[in-house]
Design a protein around this ligand. Structure first.
Ligand SMILES: [Zn+2]
Length: 426
Protein backbone atom coordinates (compact mmCIF):
# COMPACT_ATOMS: atom_id res chain seq x y z
CA UNK A 1 0.00 0.00 0.00
CA UNK A 2 1.42 3.34 -0.91
CA UNK A 3 -0.37 6.58 -0.33
CA UNK A 4 -1.16 9.20 -2.90
CA UNK A 5 -0.41 12.87 -2.74
CA UNK A 6 -2.84 15.71 -3.22
CA UNK A 7 -3.89 16.00 -6.84
CA UNK A 8 -4.09 19.74 -7.03
CA UNK A 9 -0.62 20.62 -5.89
CA UNK A 10 0.29 23.60 -7.99
CA UNK A 11 3.85 22.85 -9.02
CA UNK A 12 4.90 20.21 -11.48
CA UNK A 13 1.49 18.86 -12.22
CA UNK A 14 1.07 16.37 -14.94
CA UNK A 15 -2.06 15.04 -16.43
CA UNK A 16 -3.52 11.89 -15.02
CA UNK A 17 -2.91 9.04 -17.37
CA UNK A 18 -5.99 8.52 -19.47
CA UNK A 19 -6.14 4.83 -18.73
CA UNK A 20 -5.91 5.53 -15.05
CA UNK A 21 -8.70 8.12 -15.17
CA UNK A 22 -10.94 5.82 -17.17
CA UNK A 23 -10.22 3.03 -14.74
CA UNK A 24 -11.09 5.20 -11.78
CA UNK A 25 -14.29 6.36 -13.40
CA UNK A 26 -15.22 2.76 -14.05
CA UNK A 27 -14.53 1.80 -10.46
CA UNK A 28 -16.56 4.66 -9.10
CA UNK A 29 -19.53 4.07 -11.38
CA UNK A 30 -19.37 0.34 -10.88
CA UNK A 31 -19.03 0.86 -7.14
CA UNK A 32 -22.09 3.07 -7.05
CA UNK A 33 -24.27 0.83 -9.16
CA UNK A 34 -23.17 -2.66 -8.32
CA UNK A 35 -23.19 -2.39 -4.57
CA UNK A 36 -20.06 -1.17 -2.90
CA UNK A 37 -19.37 -3.99 -0.50
CA UNK A 38 -19.40 -6.73 -3.06
CA UNK A 39 -17.36 -4.89 -5.64
CA UNK A 40 -14.80 -3.74 -3.11
CA UNK A 41 -14.34 -7.24 -1.78
CA UNK A 42 -13.99 -8.52 -5.32
CA UNK A 43 -11.28 -5.99 -6.15
CA UNK A 44 -9.80 -5.75 -2.71
CA UNK A 45 -9.68 -9.43 -2.12
CA UNK A 46 -10.79 -10.16 1.37
CA UNK A 47 -10.08 -13.73 0.45
CA UNK A 48 -11.69 -16.50 2.45
CA UNK A 49 -8.68 -16.41 4.82
CA UNK A 50 -9.35 -20.01 5.63
CA UNK A 51 -6.16 -20.18 7.67
CA UNK A 52 -8.14 -18.48 10.41
CA UNK A 53 -10.98 -20.98 10.43
CA UNK A 54 -10.50 -23.66 13.01
CA UNK A 55 -10.17 -27.08 11.48
CA UNK A 56 -9.52 -25.86 7.95
CA UNK A 57 -6.46 -27.44 6.40
CA UNK A 58 -4.63 -27.18 3.12
CA UNK A 59 -4.98 -30.02 0.65
CA UNK A 60 -2.06 -32.49 0.52
CA UNK A 61 -1.01 -30.96 -2.81
CA UNK A 62 -0.93 -27.44 -1.36
CA UNK A 63 0.93 -28.67 1.72
CA UNK A 64 3.52 -30.26 -0.52
CA UNK A 65 4.03 -27.01 -2.41
CA UNK A 66 4.34 -25.04 0.83
CA UNK A 67 6.91 -27.56 2.10
CA UNK A 68 8.87 -27.13 -1.10
CA UNK A 69 8.84 -23.36 -0.54
CA UNK A 70 10.32 -23.70 2.95
CA UNK A 71 12.86 -26.36 2.00
CA UNK A 72 16.44 -25.37 2.72
CA UNK A 73 15.47 -22.21 4.60
CA UNK A 74 15.95 -21.42 8.27
CA UNK A 75 12.40 -20.45 9.31
CA UNK A 76 13.68 -18.35 12.20
CA UNK A 77 15.53 -16.07 9.80
CA UNK A 78 12.76 -15.37 7.29
CA UNK A 79 11.77 -11.70 7.27
CA UNK A 80 9.16 -9.70 5.40
CA UNK A 81 10.75 -6.25 5.32
CA UNK A 82 7.65 -4.40 4.16
CA UNK A 83 4.35 -4.74 6.04
CA UNK A 84 2.19 -1.65 6.44
CA UNK A 85 0.15 -0.68 9.44
CA UNK A 86 -2.84 1.60 9.16
CA UNK A 87 -5.67 2.93 11.25
CA UNK A 88 -8.20 5.72 11.28
CA UNK A 89 -7.83 6.76 14.91
CA UNK A 90 -10.39 4.39 16.33
CA UNK A 91 -8.69 3.35 19.55
CA UNK A 92 -5.21 4.35 18.37
CA UNK A 93 -3.31 7.52 17.45
CA UNK A 94 -3.19 6.50 13.79
CA UNK A 95 -4.65 9.01 11.34
CA UNK A 96 -5.76 9.10 7.73
CA UNK A 97 -6.51 12.24 5.79
CA UNK A 98 -10.29 12.84 6.08
CA UNK A 99 -10.29 13.05 2.30
CA UNK A 100 -9.73 9.29 2.21
CA UNK A 101 -12.95 8.70 4.09
CA UNK A 102 -15.05 11.25 2.25
CA UNK A 103 -17.50 10.26 -0.46
CA UNK A 104 -16.71 13.61 -2.06
CA UNK A 105 -13.37 12.06 -3.00
CA UNK A 106 -14.62 8.80 -4.48
CA UNK A 107 -11.25 7.65 -5.78
CA UNK A 108 -9.55 8.07 -2.41
CA UNK A 109 -12.56 6.68 -0.61
CA UNK A 110 -12.61 3.58 -2.77
CA UNK A 111 -8.88 3.07 -2.42
CA UNK A 112 -9.08 3.11 1.37
CA UNK A 113 -12.03 0.73 1.25
CA UNK A 114 -10.05 -1.67 -0.96
CA UNK A 115 -7.03 -1.63 1.36
CA UNK A 116 -9.24 -2.28 4.36
CA UNK A 117 -10.97 -5.13 2.56
CA UNK A 118 -7.61 -6.63 1.58
CA UNK A 119 -6.50 -6.43 5.19
CA UNK A 120 -9.72 -8.13 6.29
CA UNK A 121 -10.91 -5.07 8.23
CA UNK A 122 -14.58 -4.11 8.29
CA UNK A 123 -15.74 -0.46 8.35
CA UNK A 124 -16.78 -0.50 12.00
CA UNK A 125 -13.73 -2.33 13.31
CA UNK A 126 -11.38 -0.66 15.79
CA UNK A 127 -7.86 0.04 14.50
CA UNK A 128 -6.41 -2.91 16.36
CA UNK A 129 -8.42 -5.29 14.16
CA UNK A 130 -5.94 -4.67 11.35
CA UNK A 131 -2.94 -5.79 13.40
CA UNK A 132 -4.93 -8.59 15.05
CA UNK A 133 -5.69 -10.14 11.68
CA UNK A 134 -2.12 -9.74 10.49
CA UNK A 135 -0.92 -11.33 13.73
CA UNK A 136 -3.32 -14.22 13.24
CA UNK A 137 -2.10 -14.81 9.68
CA UNK A 138 1.55 -14.40 10.65
CA UNK A 139 1.31 -16.86 13.54
CA UNK A 140 -0.53 -19.68 11.79
CA UNK A 141 1.68 -22.62 10.86
CA UNK A 142 3.45 -22.77 8.58
CA UNK A 143 4.51 -19.27 9.46
CA UNK A 144 5.22 -16.90 6.61
CA UNK A 145 8.30 -14.65 6.89
CA UNK A 146 8.15 -12.47 10.00
CA UNK A 147 6.45 -9.15 9.14
CA UNK A 148 8.32 -5.95 9.83
CA UNK A 149 5.63 -3.43 10.75
CA UNK A 150 6.09 0.01 9.26
CA UNK A 151 5.24 3.24 11.02
CA UNK A 152 4.53 6.16 8.71
CA UNK A 153 5.30 9.82 9.35
CA UNK A 154 3.41 12.89 8.11
CA UNK A 155 4.47 14.99 5.15
CA UNK A 156 6.60 18.00 6.11
CA UNK A 157 7.40 21.06 4.02
CA UNK A 158 11.01 22.10 3.32
CA UNK A 159 10.97 24.46 6.32
CA UNK A 160 10.27 21.53 8.61
CA UNK A 161 6.60 22.36 9.18
CA UNK A 162 4.11 19.50 9.24
CA UNK A 163 1.87 19.58 6.17
CA UNK A 164 -1.31 17.95 7.35
CA UNK A 165 -3.35 18.87 4.29
CA UNK A 166 -1.06 16.96 1.94
CA UNK A 167 -0.31 14.12 4.32
CA UNK A 168 -1.82 10.83 3.37
CA UNK A 169 -1.86 8.87 6.57
CA UNK A 170 0.09 8.58 9.80
CA UNK A 171 1.12 5.62 11.90
CA UNK A 172 2.97 6.61 15.10
CA UNK A 173 6.32 5.01 15.80
CA UNK A 174 5.10 4.02 19.24
CA UNK A 175 2.14 2.19 17.73
CA UNK A 176 4.41 -0.04 15.64
CA UNK A 177 6.66 -0.61 18.65
CA UNK A 178 3.74 -1.42 20.94
CA UNK A 179 2.46 -4.04 18.49
CA UNK A 180 5.94 -5.54 18.21
CA UNK A 181 6.18 -5.74 21.98
CA UNK A 182 2.67 -7.15 22.34
CA UNK A 183 3.55 -10.08 20.07
CA UNK A 184 7.02 -11.23 21.14
CA UNK A 185 8.87 -12.99 18.36
CA UNK A 186 6.11 -12.46 15.84
CA UNK A 187 6.76 -8.97 14.50
CA UNK A 188 9.69 -6.67 13.87
CA UNK A 189 9.10 -2.93 13.64
CA UNK A 190 10.44 0.04 11.71
CA UNK A 191 9.95 3.68 12.60
CA UNK A 192 9.29 6.51 10.16
CA UNK A 193 10.89 9.90 10.80
CA UNK A 194 10.80 12.83 8.44
CA UNK A 195 14.37 14.16 8.24
CA UNK A 196 13.26 17.82 8.02
CA UNK A 197 11.62 17.67 11.46
CA UNK A 198 13.36 19.78 14.11
CA UNK A 199 13.46 16.78 16.38
CA UNK A 200 14.40 14.21 13.70
CA UNK A 201 17.71 13.16 15.23
CA UNK A 202 16.29 13.14 18.76
CA UNK A 203 13.41 10.94 17.63
CA UNK A 204 15.86 8.64 15.86
CA UNK A 205 17.88 8.32 19.05
CA UNK A 206 14.72 7.64 21.02
CA UNK A 207 13.47 4.83 18.78
CA UNK A 208 16.96 3.37 18.31
CA UNK A 209 17.12 3.02 22.10
CA UNK A 210 13.94 0.95 21.81
CA UNK A 211 15.57 -1.41 19.33
CA UNK A 212 14.61 0.17 16.01
CA UNK A 213 17.20 -0.32 13.29
CA UNK A 214 15.19 0.62 10.18
CA UNK A 215 13.44 3.82 9.11
CA UNK A 216 10.77 3.87 6.41
CA UNK A 217 10.52 6.76 3.92
CA UNK A 218 8.19 7.27 1.01
CA UNK A 219 9.80 10.38 -0.50
CA UNK A 220 7.15 11.28 -3.09
CA UNK A 221 4.30 11.22 -0.58
CA UNK A 222 6.18 12.52 2.44
CA UNK A 223 8.04 15.28 0.60
CA UNK A 224 11.54 13.97 1.34
CA UNK A 225 14.45 14.56 -1.02
CA UNK A 226 17.09 11.98 -0.10
CA UNK A 227 19.67 14.06 -2.01
CA UNK A 228 18.97 17.18 0.08
CA UNK A 229 21.91 18.27 2.30
CA UNK A 230 19.30 18.97 4.99
CA UNK A 231 19.22 15.20 5.50
CA UNK A 232 22.93 15.00 6.36
CA UNK A 233 22.62 15.28 10.16
CA UNK A 234 20.01 12.52 10.00
CA UNK A 235 22.33 10.37 7.87
CA UNK A 236 25.19 10.90 10.32
CA UNK A 237 22.90 9.77 13.15
CA UNK A 238 21.83 6.70 11.13
CA UNK A 239 25.46 5.68 10.71
CA UNK A 240 26.28 6.35 14.36
CA UNK A 241 23.27 4.37 15.61
CA UNK A 242 23.48 1.59 12.98
CA UNK A 243 20.04 2.37 11.60
CA UNK A 244 19.23 1.61 7.95
CA UNK A 245 16.71 3.28 5.63
CA UNK A 246 13.93 1.60 3.69
CA UNK A 247 13.13 4.03 0.87
CA UNK A 248 10.41 3.72 -1.75
CA UNK A 249 11.95 4.39 -5.17
CA UNK A 250 10.45 4.52 -8.63
CA UNK A 251 7.02 5.84 -9.43
CA UNK A 252 4.52 6.26 -6.64
CA UNK A 253 1.33 5.72 -8.60
CA UNK A 254 -0.85 7.74 -6.34
CA UNK A 255 1.28 10.87 -6.55
CA UNK A 256 0.48 13.24 -9.39
CA UNK A 257 3.11 15.95 -9.18
CA UNK A 258 6.13 15.22 -11.31
CA UNK A 259 8.36 17.23 -8.96
CA UNK A 260 7.36 14.83 -6.20
CA UNK A 261 7.88 11.76 -8.40
CA UNK A 262 11.48 12.80 -8.91
CA UNK A 263 12.04 12.48 -5.17
CA UNK A 264 11.77 8.74 -5.77
CA UNK A 265 14.63 8.76 -8.30
CA UNK A 266 16.94 5.89 -7.24
CA UNK A 267 20.00 8.00 -8.07
CA UNK A 268 19.04 10.36 -5.25
CA UNK A 269 20.01 7.56 -2.84
CA UNK A 270 23.67 8.15 -3.63
CA UNK A 271 23.81 10.86 -0.99
CA UNK A 272 22.94 8.64 2.00
CA UNK A 273 24.96 5.76 0.53
CA UNK A 274 28.05 7.92 0.11
CA UNK A 275 27.75 8.92 3.75
CA UNK A 276 27.76 5.29 4.82
CA UNK A 277 24.04 4.73 5.43
CA UNK A 278 22.68 1.27 4.69
CA UNK A 279 19.74 1.67 2.30
CA UNK A 280 17.05 -0.72 1.12
CA UNK A 281 15.48 0.41 -2.17
CA UNK A 282 11.84 -0.67 -1.85
CA UNK A 283 10.24 -2.45 -4.82
CA UNK A 284 13.62 -2.36 -6.65
CA UNK A 285 12.20 0.79 -8.32
CA UNK A 286 10.12 -1.53 -10.47
CA UNK A 287 7.66 1.10 -11.71
CA UNK A 288 7.89 4.26 -13.75
CA UNK A 289 10.58 6.50 -15.12
CA UNK A 290 12.91 9.06 -13.64
CA UNK A 291 15.42 11.53 -15.03
CA UNK A 292 18.85 10.11 -15.76
CA UNK A 293 20.77 12.53 -13.56
CA UNK A 294 24.09 11.13 -14.83
CA UNK A 295 23.35 12.27 -18.37
CA UNK A 296 23.56 16.02 -19.01
CA UNK A 297 20.66 15.67 -21.46
CA UNK A 298 18.54 14.33 -18.58
CA UNK A 299 16.52 11.77 -20.58
CA UNK A 300 13.74 9.89 -18.84
CA UNK A 301 14.68 6.25 -18.32
CA UNK A 302 13.14 3.37 -16.42
CA UNK A 303 13.59 3.78 -12.69
CA UNK A 304 14.51 0.08 -12.56
CA UNK A 305 17.44 0.77 -14.88
CA UNK A 306 18.67 3.48 -12.52
CA UNK A 307 18.28 1.12 -9.56
CA UNK A 308 20.31 -1.54 -11.36
CA UNK A 309 22.98 1.04 -12.19
CA UNK A 310 23.26 1.86 -8.50
CA UNK A 311 23.48 -1.84 -7.63
CA UNK A 312 26.31 -2.06 -10.14
CA UNK A 313 28.42 0.51 -8.29
CA UNK A 314 31.05 -1.49 -6.42
CA UNK A 315 31.39 1.08 -3.64
CA UNK A 316 27.80 0.44 -2.53
CA UNK A 317 28.12 -3.32 -2.10
CA UNK A 318 27.20 -4.30 1.44
CA UNK A 319 25.36 -1.00 1.81
CA UNK A 320 22.66 -0.96 -0.88
CA UNK A 321 19.92 -3.59 -0.92
CA UNK A 322 16.85 -4.03 -3.11
CA UNK A 323 13.48 -5.14 -1.76
CA UNK A 324 11.23 -7.24 -3.98
CA UNK A 325 7.69 -6.52 -2.79
CA UNK A 326 5.21 -5.86 -5.61
CA UNK A 327 7.60 -6.96 -8.39
CA UNK A 328 5.12 -9.74 -9.17
CA UNK A 329 2.22 -7.33 -9.66
CA UNK A 330 0.68 -7.19 -13.10
CA UNK A 331 1.71 -3.56 -13.65
CA UNK A 332 5.31 -4.11 -12.57
CA UNK A 333 6.76 -7.47 -13.50
CA UNK A 334 7.37 -6.82 -17.20
CA UNK A 335 11.07 -6.29 -17.88
CA UNK A 336 11.83 -6.53 -14.16
CA UNK A 337 10.94 -9.93 -12.76
CA UNK A 338 12.89 -12.11 -15.21
CA UNK A 339 15.97 -9.91 -14.79
CA UNK A 340 15.80 -10.12 -11.00
CA UNK A 341 15.33 -13.89 -11.12
CA UNK A 342 18.29 -14.35 -13.44
CA UNK A 343 20.69 -12.06 -11.59
CA UNK A 344 21.65 -14.65 -8.99
CA UNK A 345 24.72 -12.58 -8.18
CA UNK A 346 22.40 -9.92 -6.74
CA UNK A 347 20.23 -12.23 -4.62
CA UNK A 348 22.43 -11.88 -1.50
CA UNK A 349 21.67 -8.15 -1.80
CA UNK A 350 17.91 -8.49 -2.27
CA UNK A 351 15.40 -8.79 0.57
CA UNK A 352 11.85 -10.03 0.65
CA UNK A 353 8.80 -7.90 1.34
CA UNK A 354 5.07 -8.39 0.97
CA UNK A 355 3.87 -4.76 1.07
CA UNK A 356 0.98 -6.07 3.17
CA UNK A 357 -1.97 -5.62 2.67
CA UNK A 358 -1.34 -5.48 -1.10
CA UNK A 359 -1.06 -9.29 -1.47
CA UNK A 360 -4.72 -9.29 -0.41
CA UNK A 361 -5.76 -7.05 -3.29
CA UNK A 362 -7.07 -9.53 -5.85
CA UNK A 363 -6.66 -7.43 -8.94
CA UNK A 364 -2.98 -6.63 -8.43
CA UNK A 365 -1.52 -10.08 -8.96
CA UNK A 366 -2.42 -12.18 -11.97
CA UNK A 367 -1.13 -15.72 -11.65
CA UNK A 368 -2.86 -16.33 -14.97
CA UNK A 369 -0.54 -13.86 -16.71
CA UNK A 370 2.53 -15.14 -14.86
CA UNK A 371 1.61 -18.66 -15.93
CA UNK A 372 0.98 -17.65 -19.54
CA UNK A 373 4.44 -16.11 -19.68
CA UNK A 374 6.12 -19.17 -18.23
CA UNK A 375 6.94 -17.97 -14.69
CA UNK A 376 4.64 -20.64 -13.22
CA UNK A 377 3.34 -23.99 -14.38
CA UNK A 378 -0.45 -24.45 -14.63
CA UNK A 379 -0.39 -26.85 -11.71
CA UNK A 380 1.62 -24.43 -9.55
CA UNK A 381 -0.82 -21.71 -10.46
CA UNK A 382 -3.77 -23.77 -9.37
CA UNK A 383 -2.17 -24.73 -6.08
CA UNK A 384 -1.11 -21.17 -5.39
CA UNK A 385 -4.76 -20.20 -5.86
CA UNK A 386 -5.69 -22.52 -3.03
CA UNK A 387 -2.93 -21.09 -0.82
CA UNK A 388 -4.21 -17.58 -1.59
CA UNK A 389 -7.63 -18.49 -0.22
CA UNK A 390 -5.93 -19.93 2.80
CA UNK A 391 -3.73 -16.89 3.49
CA UNK A 392 -2.70 -14.11 1.08
CA UNK A 393 0.37 -13.56 3.25
CA UNK A 394 1.62 -17.12 2.86
CA UNK A 395 0.66 -16.96 -0.83
CA UNK A 396 2.94 -13.96 -1.36
CA UNK A 397 5.93 -15.87 0.00
CA UNK A 398 5.12 -19.09 -1.87
CA UNK A 399 4.60 -17.26 -5.16
CA UNK A 400 8.05 -15.71 -4.93
CA UNK A 401 9.62 -19.06 -4.01
CA UNK A 402 7.99 -20.84 -6.94
CA UNK A 403 8.58 -18.31 -9.73
CA UNK A 404 11.11 -19.27 -12.38
CA UNK A 405 12.61 -17.22 -15.15
CA UNK A 406 10.96 -18.35 -18.39
CA UNK A 407 14.33 -17.97 -20.13
CA UNK A 408 16.69 -19.76 -17.75
CA UNK A 409 14.47 -21.58 -15.26
CA UNK A 410 16.19 -19.82 -12.37
CA UNK A 411 14.28 -18.85 -9.24
CA UNK A 412 15.03 -16.55 -6.34
CA UNK A 413 17.82 -18.00 -4.19
CA UNK A 414 16.97 -18.94 -0.62
CA UNK A 415 19.39 -16.33 0.71
CA UNK A 416 17.09 -13.60 -0.57
CA UNK A 417 14.41 -14.51 1.97
CA UNK A 418 16.65 -14.58 5.03
CA UNK A 419 17.56 -11.59 7.19
CA UNK A 420 20.69 -9.77 6.13
CA UNK A 421 23.57 -8.66 8.31
CA UNK A 422 23.06 -5.02 9.27
CA UNK A 423 19.29 -5.24 8.86
CA UNK A 424 16.55 -6.07 11.39
CA UNK A 425 15.94 -9.71 12.16
CA UNK A 426 19.53 -10.83 11.60
ZN1 LIG B 1 4.50 -0.09 0.77
Amino acid sequence: MEPRGETDRKQGRRGRRTGCAAGTLFLVIAGLFLGRGTLIDYLGGHSALRALDEGETLSPRARALVERCFAGLDPTRLVDYHAHLAGIGRGSDCWVNPRMQSLWHPRDHLRLAIYRSAAGVRPDDPDDAYADLLAALASREPRPPRPLLLAFDYRYDPSGKRDLEHSEFYVPNDYALALRDAHPGLFLAAASIHPYRDDAVRELERVAARGVSLIKWLPAAQGIDPADPRCDPFYAACVRLHVALLVHVGEEQAVEAEADQELGNPLRLRRPLEQGVVVIAAHCASLGENLDLDDPARPRVRAFELFMRLMGEKRFEGRLFGEISTVTQRNRYGGVLATLLERRDLHPRLVNGSDWPLPGVNVLTSTRALCAEGFLTPSERETLGEIYQWSPLLFDFCLKRVLRSPRTGQGFAGVLFEAKEGLPGY
